[in-house]
Ligand binder design. Structure first.
Ligand SMILES: [Zn+2]
Length: 491
């Protein structure tokens, strides 16, 4: 089942399969045509005389000729098929498939296109109506509410039907919307169809993605074979500790350790969950390890067992560049020197702006020179503000609670602004301070039995980050990746 016809490839494929079914028929038709020609007394013998029967108008009477002709037909092998005579089949001599015995089963893989149904696909290849209806009903009964996606492949085993030569008979149809579940409809001896679901066992497999940063971490990771959800998790885990503006450089090496799920027949059921990751910066190596403490939720820790999660994000965006720091500066619009009460991050218009910590929205709307503006209060002491937004995040209004990393708005250039950027302010006790100068607290460290268990796991992962098989070497040909994550990407 290696055949994956493109949308435009399907008609050709269909021609091939029908050609295979018809091959003996065509040969027979040619013979009958030849015979007819002979029987007509040679009047029409201009195109292709049968080699062993020389005919001319002066030859013996027609009945003899007819006998001769029929006798010869049984002995003479079929003449080479002159394909020009069958304009429907635009195949050249060398493309002709080997002649199969008429009832040999053959495989065909078709793709569901927009607006397709299984029944329509079967109609396209001329499966008789009763058969295709029954197959569709049986399959649907099994699939229940599972919908087949556009692009899903349908594997068929077909044979020529002995009584209806132009209509292939479906011996089996199978579809596998998830690698672990295969739905199969098979033809029984009595000609009816039955359907069954085959569950393929899945087991974990540990692999490694080892690559260097070219452009963004996200793109480099995906290019090297990491699923985008895993690389996003990695970036998130690093973002509490790594200063992406100052520390991240081109060509830096990073490695992800992934746990894939693989079916017993080698298909990828899950492209890989991030177990651990390592980023080599100029002066240090940052390692993150996934771990679930007893009774707690899974989180990333550094090798010392300290949670990577801090109370505040270092930068409230995934893609950004500091263009103006906190402190005294020449105001770009007003012209005079004044205290810049925040940090400006340049980012493309529409880049999601993230709540840097858990908190409550105290303001969301237009606020003079700040333009569209959101202010959050995180605790009695600390607040953050986000200015010049193009629009607010979904559900953001005064009084609602936000989680850390939730989208509060999108980068814009509203208010007193010279171009798309985020003006980010950090308040302590009502006074604006420099967010980049803060040391934020770790959110929790492991201890006791958790720490012992974590240290053993962490040591194992650190070894595997160096010697687990590379993802490229084990990646099976047919991989299904789940829907892309909802978070912003980039570094
Ligand atoms: Zn600013």
């Amino acid at each position: 089942m290696t055949d994956f016809p493109s949308p435009s490839g399907r008609p050709e494929n269909r021609k091939k399969s029908i050609f295979a079914v018809f091959w003996p028929v065509l040969a027979a038709v040619t013979l009958i045509a030849g015979t007819l020609v002979l029987a007509l007394g040679g009047l029409a013998i201009t195109q292709r005389p049968l080699p062993d029967v020389a005919v001319s108008p002066a030859e013996p009477p027609p009945f003899v000729l007819a006998n001769l002709a029929f006798a010869d037909v049984e002995l003479v092998p079929p003449p080479p098929l002159s394909l020009e005579e069958f304009k429907g089949f635009q195949m050249r001599e060398e493309e002709r498939p080997p002649e199969p015995p008429s009832n040999d089963p053959y495989e065909l893989t078709l793709r569901l296109e927009r607006g397709d149904t299984v029944e329509k696909i079967l109609a396209d290849i001329d499966v008789p109506e009763d058969d295709r209806k029954e197959i569709a009903v049986r399959l649907q009964a099994l699939l229940k509410k599972t919908k087949l996606a556009i692009g899903e492949t349908i594997d068929l085993v077909l044979t020529a039907s002995p009584d209806q030569l132009d209509a292939p008979r479906v011996l089996s149809l199978s579809v596998r919307p998830q690698p672990e579940r295969e739905y199969i409809v098979t033809r029984k001896d009595d000609g009816s169809y039955e359907a069954e679901m085959k569950v393929h066992k899945v087991s974990p497999r540990i692999v490694r993605v080892d690559t260097v940063r070219v452009g963004s971490l996200q793109q480099s990771g995906i290019k090297a074979g990491a699923p985008s959800a895993a690389i996003t998790e990695f970036i998130r885990a690093l973002s509490f500790d790594v200063d992406f503006q100052r520390e991240l450089k081109e060509g830096q090496r990073f490695t992800l350790l992934l746990e894939q799920l693989v079916t017993s027949d080698g298909l990828l059921a899950h492209p890989g969950r991030l177990l651990a990751g390592e980023l080599k910066l100029a002066k240090r190596t940052v390692t993150v390890v996934r771990f679930r403490p007893a009774g707690g939720a899974e989180q990333f820790y550094n090798p010392k067992g300290e949670s990577v999660v801090r109370s505040f994000l270092r930068t409230p965006m995934d893609v950004s560049r500091v263009t103006s720091k906190f402190g005294m500066r020449q105001h770009p619009i007003m012209g005079f020197s004044a205290l810049h009460t925040g940090v400006d991050f340049a980012a493309p218009h529409g880049t999601p702006v993230l709540a840097s910590g858990i908190g409550k929205v105290t303001m969301a709307g237009y606020n003079g020179g700040y333009g569209l503006y959101v202010k959050l209060q995180h605790n009695a002491e600390i607040g953050t503000a986000y200015a010049h937004l193009s629009r607010l995040g979904p559900g953001i209004k005064p009084g609602v609670s936000v989680r850390q990393g939730q989208v509060v708005g999108f980068v814009g250039s509203t208010g007193m602004s010279t171009g798309p950027h985020l003006h980010y302010e950090f308040y302590r006790g009502g006074r604006a301070i420099n967010p980049l100068a803060q040391k934020f607290a770790m959110r929790g460290n492991l201890g006791g039995k958790d720490l012992t268990r974590f240290q053993a796991l962490s040591r194992q992962y650190v070894v595997q980050l160096k010697n687990a098989p590379a993802v490229a070497s084990v990646k099976p040909p047919k991989a299904k990746e789940p829907a892309p994550p909802q978070v912003a990407k980039g570094d």
